[in-house]
Design a protein around this ligand. Structure first.
Ligand SMILES: Cc1cc2nc3c(=O)[nH]c(=O)nc-3n(C[C@H](O)[C@H](O)[C@H](O)COP(=O)(O)O)c2cc1C
Length: 189
């Protein structure tokens, strides 16, 4: 009789512990399920746009382009000219080029923020976006494309100047679907 009770008790413990661990595993896997995601990006020549499109496919987030009021022409983008628009903007820490479209981030919990690297940093129009948005308490995940420069200078600036945002470290990405997939799938947000 006593042995029977012990066996029943052991079975009960195994069933309860098993159920609890299944619940724990599934709740971890589904941590992104309720979160609303946007991919906000600026791209002058299409590379960052391509990466943003891959992230949209992987996350089913909403794609939102930052559109400059004055489009960047080829001569604006000439980094060999010290008088070009981009050189002047990047040399002026207070420059905030105007955005033409209304970008409403209120309903999103997680925002991927993409941009090309210009002179080692984020284009000033990204700061226009950050100044004009209330991202308090939201998780923002930066990503960039570049010739070779990394993302850390821009992310350190964001972390130091927009402290009410939950910044993830972000990554410089090649416009490669497999690289973007490996990165996105490894994120914990
Ligand atoms: C004005 C300007 C400055 C740039 N500065 C850098 C730089 O400092 N380091 C770098 O690796 N690439 C630099 N690049 C290259 C771009 O970051 C790269 O081509 C990027 O992928 C372009 O993205 P987009 O097509 O989305 O605009 C620069 C490009 C431009 C137009």
């Amino acid at each position: 009789m006593k042995t029977k009770k012990i066996v029943v008790l052991i079975i009960a413990i195994v069933v309860i512990a098993g159920g609890a661990s299944i619940w724990l595993i599934s709740s971890n896997n589904n941590s992104n399920e309720q979160k609303k995601i946007a991919i906000v990006y600026f791209s002058a020549t299409g590379t960052t746009k391509k990466v943003a499109g891959y992230i949209k496919e992987l996350t089913a987030g909403d794609l939102i382009e930052i559109v400059p009021k004055d489009k960047y022409t080829d001569s604006d983008l000439n980094y060999n000219n010290s008088n070009s628009r981009t050189t002047q903007e990047q040399n002026d820490s207070s420059a905030r080029p105007e955005i033409s479209n209304n970008i409403d981030t209120d309903s999103y919990d997680v925002i991927f923020l993409g941009y090309p690297i210009w002179w080692g940093d984020a284009p000033r129009i990204i700061l226009t976006f950050l100044d004009e948005s209330n991202l308090s308490g939201k998780t923002v995940i930066p990503f960039c494309t570049s010739g070779s420069s990394g993302i850390s200078t821009s992310v350190n600036y964001f972390k130091n100047n927009y402290k009410n945002v939950n910044w993830l470290d972000g990554k410089r990405l090649e416009p490669s679907q497999s690289e973007v997939k490996a990165w996105v799938n490894g994120l914990n947000y």
